[in-house]
Design a protein around this ligand. Structure first.
Ligand code: SF4
Ligand code: SF4
Length: 593
């Protein structure tokens, strides 16, 4: 028995979907897993790293991660790629052509959608990717299925010579459930090599045309298989109403529909099992489709010639829940004890001592239009900082600033600054900065370097190691990188020294050439040893002007009663950012008693 076999004899565990997928990768004999951190998928690779039985890595972006997995698959190794939904946009280029080349070792992509946008900039429905890229898709409905479907995905990938998308949603990734583990795959017979087969692996037009024909024939075989496989399940309770559903919606449907309604739960959702769907629709008087976001299943039911209800009852936006489904169906259901709307609001803010507070305090004073990006620092949009004025997707800040630079007048363009984090810059910001150099931009770019991928839970990145497997590694030198790309004016600045940063920023936004300011300070949560003693407000000096509150630090507390500010010593990290804001020097370091 291999070490892997011993590691996973059948057992029952309470796991999140992400933990279950990590164990499924181990038990399926995966040799390599790669991804880029993105909520709600991040913990999959973190759990794989913690488990320690297979090679895993963070890539600088999802495209690179998928390409790494494709390469390893071409040697015959099973590989797992993880991404959140918008990350698949970045990886779409290799994805679509990998459907043509097919695989050698099973290639599974876990794609975590975020209906309700708990931590995303959109709620795109990535089931459309499976259809557009012509790849196989499975949709688990709970943590147990996340484990079993991931394992099945590797077998199907190799059976049909195709990448498989396992599409999850936030509730599946983060929700916990009882998972029945199965014995691990025995992979000792597998050997990996670089066997040549250009007609399969080199997608020049002549070979790609052939591969496309093969792919279309394969899709037909997959559809036939889907109609018979046990990844789809039918619960026949009666012939009056039949519900077609998939993913997490299945749990909600089970909770609210009457006992005499039948349910078709689809787990194999591309290609869709059309024969199975047609048979189910024929067996009931009325069909209801329950699914989050787009009418992906509903459109197919209608195309097959069956009338159904769906989106007109439940809407196309946000997450579903039992209350929404019951209301849409006109059924009695005990509503959740505390309606979400009655819970106290808890708006997200930058942490006390967050180094991003410094540059935003400065940018607000410069009164510039800030082309922002994706990261903790997007919170700079909130008052009182109010210093992010556009944000579209990972790495977009620099390209957008350049677009503005090219159309605005010389005077107006001085009022545009791009702000991007270190991890996001390495993700997809580099190409846009190269474009700025090439196309003679005069913009100013702030790279906020906090030495970590902070927003998703403090992962390492090529700018600051170690690797996901804990190995020390070479780190990108941001300053040298920018100079090597041709940026002539590159500066480093201290995020906590807002006085010097303001002087530098005022000079550079007025320069008629491209400048990069790398604003450095580590994430206060990841590097706790940099916390300094809390500051305090001298109550007899404070004049209650509230100027310090403009930095938006949660440690600064306004007291209406005596109209003065104090500092919560349990929150303050002594970063000093608020100190220069006080006109009467009332913010001081407490004297040692
Ligand atoms: S020094 Fe000022 S800005 Fe920094 S954590 Fe303390 S109260 Fe907040
Ligand atoms: S800026 Fe200074 S004087 Fe004004 S409220 Fe804050 S601590 Fe008091």
């Amino acid at each position: 028995m291999t070490e892997q076999n011993q590691a996973s004899t059948p057992s029952t565990r309470l796991l999140s979907g992400n933990e279950a997928i990590a164990l499924a990768a181990r038990d399926a004999g995966v040799s390599l897993a790669a991804g880029y951190p993105g909520t709600p998928s991040t913990e999959i690779l973190e759990n794989i790293a913690k488990e320690g039985s297979l090679y895993c890595e963070w890539a600088p972006n999802e495209k690179v991660a998928l390409e790494v997995c494709i390469g390893a698959s071409f040697t015959g190794a099973r590989t797992l790629c993880t991404t959140k939904h918008v990350g698949l946009n970045v990886a779409a280029d290799p994805l679509f052509t990998a459907a043509y080349t097919g695989v050698r070792g099973g290639l599974v992509i876990i794609c975590a959608d975020d209906p309700g946008m708990h931590s995303s900039q959109n709620e795109q429905d990535n089931r459309h990717y499976a259809r557009a890229a012509k790849i196989l898709m499975l949709e688990p409905a709970d943590a147990n299925e996340a484990y079993h479907f991931t394992r099945a995905a590797f077998e199907l990938s190799e059976r049909f010579d195709i990448p498989v998308l396992v599409r999850t949603t936030t509730r599946i990734n983060h929700g916990k459930g009882v998972v029945q583990l199965q014995p691990a795959e025995n992979i000792s017979h597998r050997t990996f090599d670089t066997q040549r087969d250009p007609q399969k692996l080199v997608m020049i037009p002549a070979f790609a045309r052939m591969r496309h024909e093969i792919l279309e024939a394969s899709l037909e075989r997959m559809a036939t298989y889907a109609s018979d496989c046990d990844l789809n399940t039918t619960t026949r309770n009666g012939s009056k109403v039949g519900v077609i559903t998939s993913g997490v919606s299945y749990a909600y449907v089970r909770e609210v529909v009457p006992a005499d309604w039948s349910i078709l739960k689809l787990g194999f959702t591309h290609p869709l099992p059309e024969t199975l769907i047609s048979d189910f629709c024929c067996s009931v008087d009325e069909v209801v489709v329950v699914e989050e976001l787009d009418p992906y299943l509903e459109d197919t039911v209608r195309r097959l010639g069956f009338a159904c209800k769906g989106k007109e009852l439940f809407g196309r936006t946000g997450e579903l829940n039992p209350d929404i489904i019951a209301k849409g169906l006109g059924l009695d259901h005990r509503a959740s004890d505390v309606p979400a709307k009655q819970l106290p609001p808890r708006p997200p803010v930058l942490c006390p001592g967050c180094p991003h507070r410094g540059p935003f305090t400065v940018l607000k004073k410069l009164d510039v239009f800030v082309s922002g990006d994706i990261g903790c620092y997007t919170l700079g949009v909130n008052k009182p900082l109010d210093s992010i004025h556009a944000c579209v997707c990972m790495g977009a800040s620099i390209g957008m600033a350049h677009g503005m630079d090219r159309v605005l007048s010389p005077e107006q363009r001085r009022k545009v600054v791009a702000v991007i984090g270190d991890s996001t810059f390495l993700h997809t910001g580099i190409n846009a900065l190269v474009n700025m150099v090439y196309n003679r931009s005069t913009s100013t770019v702030f790279i906020l370097d906090n030495s970590i991928t902070a927003m998703t839970g403090q992962q390492g990145n090529p700018g600051f190691g170690p690797t996901l497997m804990g190995e020390p590694t070479a780190n990108v030198n941001m300053e040298e990188l920018c100079r090597a790309m041709g940026v002539k004016h590159v500066y480093k600045a201290d995020a906590f020294d807002t006085v010097s940063l303001e002087t530098l920023a005022r000079r550079e936004v007025n320069r008629d050439e491209l400048s990069v300011i790398i604003v450095e300070r580590e994430c206060i949560l990841a590097f706790k040893d940099i916390v300094k003693p809390a500051l305090e407000v001298n109550q007899s000096t404070c004049i209650g002007c509230r100027a310090c509150l403009k930095v938006g630090c949660p440690a600064l507390i306004w007291h209406e009663q005596n109209r003065k500010v104090s500092i919560d010593p349990t929150l303050c990290t002594g970063c000093n950012i608020c100190v220069p804001e006080c006109p009467v020097d009332a913010i001081i370091t407490p004297k040692k008693s």
